[in-house]
Design a protein around this ligand. Structure first.
Ligand SMILES: C[S@@+](CC[C@H](N)C(=O)[O-])C[C@H]1O[C@@H](n2cnc3c(N)ncnc32)[C@H](O)[C@@H]1O
Length: 210
């Protein structure tokens, strides 16, 4: 479907002027789409550059989260796919990796195929803000605190009871971790869904709504 390029660019840059300037260089709709994809990948990597969690850190995150066979582990911004892959290989879980950058998405998907894990690991090329977490048992994250803060309303809306969130290095602002560990001087934090939602309040809210 053909999107209005000006508003798409404006949304990306939060600046219609820059969007318009970029348009000048596109000679066709196809070329414009290609530019838009490229720009989006550049913007993503400026906001949240790809820095992989060391493999020992990944293992510690999944252990701290208490991942059990059959559970579903999400990695929002999965890079080369190492977290969902290890969740499946070593912990018997189902892994879902979400990655917006095309090159990393392709790399992660390639790794999954090489390891014949297609039945257990899914890599999605999506903006993680638009991916539902309603089926997540565990969400593993290596993202900056600013991005973690933006995810809080989504966690509160979508994470099921019993779900755990683990973060490498950065903390979720305003949330108190229930457990912590360390790896090569970096902290890993675990947060439990039951820690910040009290079902009694939910019932009260429903009653007030009538
Ligand atoms: C610090 S890296 C972490 C990679 C991987 N999770 C790991 O721990 O090795 C953050 C990743 O998030 C991706 N990313 C940033 N914003 C995103 C978004 N809105 N949707 C999907 N992926 C995103 C980046 O492209 C980058 O690969």
């Amino acid at each position: 479907m053909w999107e209005d390029p000006l508003s798409s660019f404006a949304a990306l840059y939060e600046s219609p002027d820059r969007a318009a300037k970029t348009l000048l260089f596109a000679e066709s709709k196809k070329e414009l789409r290609r530019l838009m994809r490229q720009r989006r990948d550049i913007i993503v990597s400026l906001r949240e550059p790809f820095v992989p969690t060391p493999m020992t850190g990944v293992r510690k995150m999944l252990r701290l989260a208490g991942v059990k066979p059959g559970e579903t582990v999400y990695d929002l911004g999965c890079g080369d796919g190492r977290i969902p892959i290890m969740a499946a290989e070593e912990f018997g879980a189902r892994g879902i990796g979400v990655e917006l950058r095309r090159d990393l998405f392709e790399e992660a998907r390639g790794r999954v195929a090489e390891m014949h894990l297609e039945g257990k690991v899914k890599i999605l090329r999506r903006d993680f803000m638009k991916v539902s977490l309603r089926k997540a048992s565990v969400v593993a994250l290596y993202l900056r605190s600013k991005t973690l803060a933006e995810l809080i309303p989504k966690f509160e809306r979508e994470l099921p009871r019993g779900a755990r969130v683990v973060t490498y290095w950065y903390q979720i602002p305003g949330w108190e971790p229930s457990k912590k560990t360390q790896i090569i001087g970096r902290e890993i934090h675990r947060y439990g869904r039951e820690k910040y939602i009290d079902r009694r309040f939910e019932v009260e809210i429903c009653l007030y709504r009538g």
